[in-house]
Design a protein around this ligand. Structure first.
Ligand SMILES: [Ca+2]
Ligand SMILES: [Ca+2]
Length: 307
């Protein structure tokens, strides 16, 4: 083999083998904001806390990073620009010389409502004198905030302090939380005519031409025996509702299916009949006044109750 080509191939192979694989994709000031408790402080004018989330993990001149108060441990809060499903955390210790930085630490996770997503990721210890990031893998869903709890700092020289060049995460935007159940309400009235729209409908059981009639139910996401659930935080957490309409299959189809289902209440075997509703994923907002007038039947029911 031509010596020059062989040397070039060896050089490329060397670059591949020594270049660390960096998969962090949540990094920098547009995605992470860092604050520290007063014990650690906000850093010095030369090395402020903002430099641990400025997107620069370099340990070269001009040096950058966060330098906390000497001899202190505490909590650094990392607030994310949106909720993420996280899989890894990256911590670059030390600025310039002496290999100072975090030694033992924990991570605590919070959702968008400031609820702790337990349990903490614990027992984390950095490597002595490392320049590469300390990488921790885990799985936490719907994370909006992370507390980096510093339990001890590295003992290098007489100077013992938190020095962090950069932090980052790997993850993806959080998927919308799925409700465990829906509570469905009859519709007492609605404006407008029946939709009478015709669709070709395909699902796991077959295909049909189907007419969609009038709406019959509104279904809200519901929490079952969930501590801390309130109507306000259910509205904040779950945006999708179901509006169900009567349907009629024009060309008919074989609908009988023998299935087994599982949910929180039971495991059961069902035989399906004909399809009579379709439920559309819908947004919802509250009108100031009830626009629909109660039906005559409901008015007479109300009179009966008042007696
Ligand atoms: Ca930095
Ligand atoms: Ca240093």
């Amino acid at each position: 083999m031509n010596k020059r080509i062989k040397f070039a191939m060896m050089a490329v192979a060397g670059m591949i083998s020594t270049t660390p694989v960096m998969a962090q994709n949540i990094q920098g000031p547009s995605k992470i904001t860092a604050t520290a408790n007063p014990i650690l402080g906000n850093g010095t004018s030369r090395f402020p806390i903002s430099e641990m989330v400025d997107g620069n993990s370099s340990d070269a001149d001009p040096f950058n990073g966060y330098q906390a108060s000497n001899g202190r441990t505490g909590i650094i809060t990392l607030t994310l620009d949106q909720a993420y499903d996280l899989t890894s955390f990256y911590l670059w210790n030390d600025i310039n010389v002496r290999a100072e930085g975090v030694q033992n630490y924990r991570l605590r996770f919070y959702d968008a409502n400031n609820n702790v997503i337990g349990p903490d990721v614990t027992g984390l210890t950095t490597n002595s004198g490392q320049v590469a990031p300390h990488i921790t893998n885990f799985s936490k869903l719907g994370v909006k905030r992370v507390d980096l709890i510093v339990d001890s700092v590295r003992t290098t020289t007489s100077i013992r302090r938190v020095e962090i060049r950069e932090v980052a995460f790997q993850g993806a935007p959080a998927r919308a939380p799925q409700a465990e159940a829906y509570r469905c309400y009859d519709l007492m009235g609605h404006r407008g005519k029946e939709t009478n729209k015709r669709f070709t409908m395909v699902d796991q059981f077959g295909q049909s031409r189907t007419v969609i009639g009038h709406p019959v139910q509104l279904c809200n996401p519901v929490a079952l025996n969930k501590r801390g659930a309130t109507p306000a935080n259910m509205a904040k957490q779950y945006k999708d509702h179901l509006v169900c309409y009567e349907i009629f299959d024009v060309d008919g189809r074989q609908t009988q299916q023998n299935v087994q289902i599982q949910n929180k209440l039971e495991t059961n075997n069902f035989i399906t009949g004909h399809a009579d509703q379709i439920c559309m994923i819908s947004s919802k907002r509250h009108n100031k006044e009830t626009s629909a007038r109660p039906s005559r039947a409901n008015q007479s029911n109300a009179r009966r109750v008042r007696k």
